[in-house]
Design a protein around this ligand. Structure first.
Ligand code: PLP
Length: 483
């Protein structure tokens, strides 16, 4: 028997992985055929490269509540929930009814609607914010928030953390999961583009820091004193499994941002209205200057939002009152000395044809005020604890290398030798074991996200029986591994 130092039989992992992948292919011929067709029309056969995985993605046809069906009619309990979009579950009946009415009455006006005002008010209340703006995705929300921070401070560089994902615009599509040989030293991570096509000039504006290492960050900020407009952070790193902040880390970020006059941006695209009613802000009790939202706030309809302190958000109206304005000596003549700002702009542009469209606004308003209400969070957290402790019990029983972890209703099994505190620990993840578990569970109706960097998300439509079924299938997987 080939046993690793971590006590599992590698040959057994490979055998189960191959057998389950073959079974996946056997169960899903229509997805395979659709994929062959798709490859002739779409690069990688998908609309977003995140959707591509080996041997081919499942093509889905229907979803309701916590269930989803593929093109071959296989039913799954959905724990992926669209990369965490669906804390409300699929097509929540209240939302479905509201959207039917909305669709019958126009879905895009490019004139403002009352639902947009009410949704902004709801977000203000949850995140103790002064002003909010809408976009259509998380990518747009982080892109816009960064521009606002740059406009407010008059500085150009930003800091992001290695392993953090903030969408696919050039400023932040760096050091997502950089290769070991390119990532640089622990205390000075290199800025590594995660895509071809990103200009060197953009990369130069993004400084990368290690997550959960506040004193390394302090040194980096010192080295760039007066240059950094924003620190953008996922309060929990949810794009390398589940990596919570160490106690005190977010508080220290707040202090450092204040000390350096930097705008602190919480990217709450995954955490907002999921970890708690008021997102990571409420869960951890640390308030950023700006926050970004998307995913779950729309109940499954495309939407994004960002907001925060009036003084910062107000640069969308005027630069007066901003740090940039103060640095220019305040009011010069009748207002801002336009010649000192590139292009003579006097405010930050925030634009978008679909921003605040009635479909998204109604979806967001109904989701937040009628579905993800304050009272649902204890139940979501209790189910998450049940799933995590169930999986951890199985891991302990069978000596699997790894651990189960959740923060709020989002969690996963991390197949790593030790606890992950930042991206460099995550590199040790056993991807072969993860892959075997993915196919094993999918073939038995438990659908996880198709990559170890993502995690399960529970919705208000999942049940305890479904959690127990998940644990039961995971136990069967562990037993087979140990057999
Ligand atoms: C933390 C975080 N920020 C931003 C984004 C980008 O959001 P979108 O895919 O809606 O552009 C994501 C997407 O997964 C995310 O996880």
């Amino acid at each position: 028997m080939t046993v690793t130092g971590r006590g599992i039989d590698r040959a057994r992992v490979a055998e189960i992985g191959q057998r389950e992948e073959a079974e996946y292919r056997r169960r899903t011929p229509k997805s395979a055929a659709l994929f062959e067709r798709a490859r002739e029309a779409l690069p990688l056969g998908v609309a977003s490269s995140f959707q591509a995985y080996d041997p081919y993605p499942l093509f889905m046809t229907d979803a309701r509540g916590s269930r989803i069906w593929d093109a071959d009619g296989n039913e799954y309990i959905d724990f992926d929930m669209a990369f965490g979009v669906l804390a409300a579950g699929h097509s929540h009946p209240i939302l479905a009814e509201a959207l039917q009415r909305r669709v019958a009455n126009g879905t895009c006006y490019t004139f403002p609607v009352e639902d947009g005002v009410a949704l902004a008010e709801e977000i203000k209340a949850r995140f103790d914010a002064d002003l909010v703006r809408f976009s259509n995705s998380g990518t747009e929300a982080t892109m816009d928030a960064i521009r606002v921070a740059r406009g407010y401070t008059g500085r150009e560089k930003i800091v992001k953390f290695e392993g953090g994902y903030h969408g696919h615009h050039d400023d932040v599509l760096v050091s997502i999961q950089p290769p070991r040989d390119a990532m640089g030293p622990d205390d000075q991570p290199a800025t590594v583009p995660a895509s071809a096509g990103i200009p060197r000039s953009r990369v130069a504006e993004t400084v990368v820091a290690p997550f959960n290492e506040p004193e390394v960050l302090a040194a980096i900020l010192e080295a760039h004193r007066g240059e950094i407009a924003a620190i953008i952070v996922e309060p929990v790193q949810f794009n390398i499994g589940v990596v919570p902040p160490k106690p005190g880390f977010l508080e220290r970020l707040r202090e450092l941002a204040d000390a350096h006059g930097i705008v602190l941006i919480f990217d709450e695209v995954k955490t907002g209205v999921v970890l708690a009613w008021g997102g990571a802000f409420e869960h951890f009790g640390v308030k950023p200057d700006l926050f970004c939202l998307a995913k779950s706030i729309g109940g499954g309809i495309p939407i994004g939002a960002f907001g925060g302190r009036r003084e910062v958000m107000r640069v969308i109206e005027t630069l007066e009152g901003s740090q940039q304005f103060a640095a220019m000596g305040g009011a010069l003549g009748t207002g801002i000395d336009r010649t000192t700002i590139p292009g003579g702009a006097t405010r930050v542009a925030h634009l978008g044809t679909f921003n605040g469209n009635p479909l998204s606004m109604t979806a967001g308003l109904v989701t937040l005020t009628q579905i993800l209400t304050r009272d649902v969070y204890p139940g979501l957290n209790a189910m998450a604890e049940r799933l995590t402790s169930g999986c951890q019990g199985v891991i302990d029983e069978h000596g699997l290398p790894g651990y189960a972890i959740n923060v709020g209703p989002k969690g996963c099994v991390m197949y790593t030798p030790g606890r992950v505190t930042n991206y460099r620990d995550f590199i040790g993840l056993d991807s072969e074991l993860w892959s075997a578990s993915f196919y094993y569970l999918a073939n038995r109706g438990i659908l996880l996200p198709p990559g170890p960097d993502d995690q399960w998300t529970l919705s208000v439509q999942h049940t305890e029986d479904e959690i127990d079924r998940h644990v039961e299938v995971f136990r069967a997987f562990a037993e087979e591994l140990a057999a």
